[in-house]
Write a protein that binds this ligand. Structure first.
Ligand code: SF4
Length: 337
């Protein structure tokens, strides 16, 4: 149906195609106006990260590609280029939907094939972006993982996750489950400019609170903090204070990390939105992907100082209210040990 580069590219190089084809295009209507959904049948769902020793997870699931949250700094944008789509507006509006994700996951996690490794969601695109309201793929994935007693974690910017609270509680009774939020700033103007498709950060804080109250571990990643935009000490302190006030299981933060081809896209955006900061950003990121170590250390000190002020007892102050995980009755297969 649709002629997209991934098919030709894969065929020409002899690599296994990621998808058989785009089986249908749907134009978003009503709440989904402005979006286009590209239905694909994925050949696999669980992705293994090469060199995962440097990452906190080894296996990931992403049921969608592209993300209508439209964060200007999103590191997943270049993955749209790989599909033959643009990394700018295409990434925000043309959402690839792996419509057969639940069936593939049920197959891949059958006890004879899968050893129950923890699975991370939200590592590439947001599993609770707008499309999830329509397709409910993340919900179906959680249902399968809960039935299998398989541990998993979710990283999101969307309170839509609360729609699945009962299901998450069920999953957390049989496996290790956590739902973490990305909240980079409480600054109204910076939020609206940098993450135009996301829920207000205070809505996310409320979700963190509700999840922790329900016994689902929920922490906050204050990332990416943007130099000269969201890194004033008072901004950082206020965010840490509110995150701790929401009962977050942990809080960690860091500056924007950006490489090409995203770097050019992002610096071009800075030139348009914050022209007075353009030289500063070229200086900071021109030959590097991260601000200099002394800047990063200074930010770390601000975060730690605020944590010490608003949460002097540290995370041990909040023992989990979650009941102990019940071991699934079936014995785990030994295939992958
Ligand atoms: S929510 Fe995450 S995946 Fe979606 S655009 Fe923002 S950074 Fe990218």
């Amino acid at each position: 149906m649709a002629e997209l580069r991934w098919i030709t590219t894969d065929t020409e190089t002899g690599k296994t195609p990621l998808f058989d084809a785009v089986v249908e295009r749907r134009i978003g209507r009503g709440a989904y106006r402005g979006l286009e959904f590209l239905h694909v049948e994925s050949r696999t769902l669980i992705n293994r990260i090469p060199n995962s020793k440097r990452m906190p997870f080894e296996y990931t699931i992403n049921a969608y590609r592209g993300c209508s949250h439209a964060c200007t700094y999103c590191f997943a944008r270049p993955s749209h280029d790989y599909l033959g789509l643009g990394i700018g507006r295409d990434f925000d509006t043309k959402i690839v939907v792996k419509i057969n994700a639940p069936e593939i996951l049920a197959y891949e996690t059958a006890p004879q094939r899968w050893a129950g490794h923890p699975i991370a969601m939200g590592t590439n695109t947001d599993p609770y972006q707008a499309a999830e309201g329509k397709y409910k793929l993340t919900r179906s994935i959680i249902e399968i993982l809960a039935d299998r007693g398989n541990p998993f974690s979710i990283l999101t910017k969307s309170p839509l996750v609360l729609r699945d609270l009962k299901l998450l509680e069920k999953a957390a009774r049989v496996a290790d489950v956590s739902v973490n939020f990305s909240i980079a700033t409480l600054d109204q103007d910076a939020w609206a400019r940098t993450e135009p498709g996301t829920a207000h950060p205070r809505k996310r804080l409320e979700a963190v609170k509700r999840l922790n109250e329900a016994g689902i571990r929920s922490g906050v990643l204050m990332m990416p903090i943007l130099p000269g935009i969201t890194d004033r000490p008072a901004q950082v302190e206020e965010l840490v204070k509110e995150v701790i006030g929401a009962g977050a299981h942990f809080v960690a933060g860091g500056y924007l990390h950006v490489r090409n081809p995203l770097k050019d896209h992002f610096l071009g955006w800075i030139e348009k939105e914050y022209p007075h900061l353009a030289r500063f950003y070229r200086h900071l990121y021109g030959t590097r992907s991260y601000p200099k170590p002394d800047m990063r250390r200074r930010l770390g000190r601000w975060i730690n100082r605020a944590k010490a002020r608003y949460d002097p007892a540290g995370p041990t102050r909040k023992p989990s209210t979650r009941p102990p995980v019940e071991k699934p009755s079936e014995t785990r297969p030994t295939l992958f040990r």
